[in-house]
Design a protein around this ligand. Structure first.
Ligand SMILES: [Zn+2]
Length: 97
């Protein structure tokens, strides 16, 4: 039986698993724009996209054609650097919010 949790779950755009929001990186496509930008606070307006905090999903996002077309092609190189940093820094489990 799953634990009841107060943390809302979101779906990773790569592996499509549901995870607590705190275990995902959030990107936002700001209204009227076509690119995706980091949203570490989870409060930016726009459509949100979530990615697991693991190297696998980040690698697949950059490698798989369909994902590249849908998402990675709209993500600036410095945003990928930010995500890599975030993944490297993840671990001690305190939330960014
Ligand atoms: Zn994932």
């Amino acid at each position: 039986m799953p634990h009841p949790s107060r943390i809302p779950e979101r779906m990773c755009i790569v592996c499509r698993n549901l995870r607590p929001r705190t275990e995902l990186l959030r990107l936002v496509r700001p209204t009227g724009r076509n690119d995706l930008v980091p949203d570490p606070t989870g409060r930016k307006p726009g459509k949100g996209f979530y990615l697991c905090r693991n190297q696998d999903c980040l690698a697949r996002l950059q490698k798989e054609k369909k994902l590249r077309r849908l998402f990675a092609g709209r993500i600036a190189p410095e945003v990928f650097s930010w995500m890599e940093l975030e993944l490297g820094a993840a671990g001690d489990g305190d939330a960014l919010t």
